[in-house]
Write a protein that binds this ligand. Structure first.
Ligand SMILES: CC(C)(COP(=O)(O)OP(=O)(O)OC[C@H]1O[C@@H](n2cnc3c(N)ncnc32)[C@H](O)[C@@H]1OP(=O)(O)O)[C@@H](O)C(=O)NCCC(=O)NCCS
Length: 171
């Protein structure tokens, strides 16, 4: 992990992150790739226009992109899947198969939490499918709680489960 850095994605990395994200989702829950969602996952440039796309790059591996996440700053972002005025969001967290299990996903999620705190957001909202159990453990470990009141059916039979992290007010 010492060699892994988290920062904003660069245009030259858009394609690699898009493919990495589709591959990570395909391994865990291929059902998420129905409809046009694979195209949406690949469209890093599109979401970078209205949200902060972060990457994890491994300096020891020549700066290879090993993971990424989309930080949604507020509900006005085209990537927002929440309506709360004081919320930020996290979407499309993914880590390359060969880089999983060493804290990259946690570092990406922590980077989003830090951005939300710095911006004075009071909560972070995200959604995840039932098969994304590794992600659920990560979120709960970082303080997120399940919130079934914001579950929604993204596609027939594909439920997106709500998670919410309340952030303490600044002291
Ligand atoms: C969810 C996902 C991003 C997690 O990425 P990751 O880099 O493997 O995450 P972490 O390494 O931080 O944590 C994963 C596990 O490795 C463990 N771990 C972290 N650092 C470790 C280390 N240095 N040594 C050993 N284990 C370690 C964690 O404790 C965790 O264990 P657990 O699953 O038993 O709770 C990845 O599995 C993924 O891409 N999944 C598919 C896409 C997906 O589900 N996205 C979520 C969208 S909502």
């Amino acid at each position: 992990m010492a060699s892994v850095q988290v920062r904003l994605v660069r245009p030259s990395e858009h394609a690699a992150l898009g493919e990495l994200t589709v591959a990570a989702y395909a391994r865990v829950d291929p059902g998420t790739l129905q409809s046009d969602y694979a195209d949406e996952l690949r469209d890093v440039a599109g979401r970078a226009a209205g949200a902060d796309v972060l990457v994890a790059v491994d300096e020891q591996a020549g700066g290879a992109v090993v993971g990424g996440v989309t930080y949604v700053p507020d509900r006005s972002s085209p990537s927002a899947e929440f309506t709360e005025p004081d919320a930020a969001g996290i979407r499309m967290l993914a880590v390359a198969a060969g880089a999983q299990g060493r804290g990259v996903g946690e570092a990406l999620t922590q980077a989003c939490i830090e951005r939300a705190r710095a911006a004075g957001r009071r909560q972070i909202v995200l959604h995840s499918t039932d098969r994304m159990a590794t992600a659920h453990r990560l979120y709960v470990r970082l303080g997120f709680e399940r919130d079934p009141s914001i579950d929604w059916e993204g596609e027939p039979g594909l439920w997106l489960r709500g998670f919410r992290l309340r952030l303490d007010p600044p002291v």
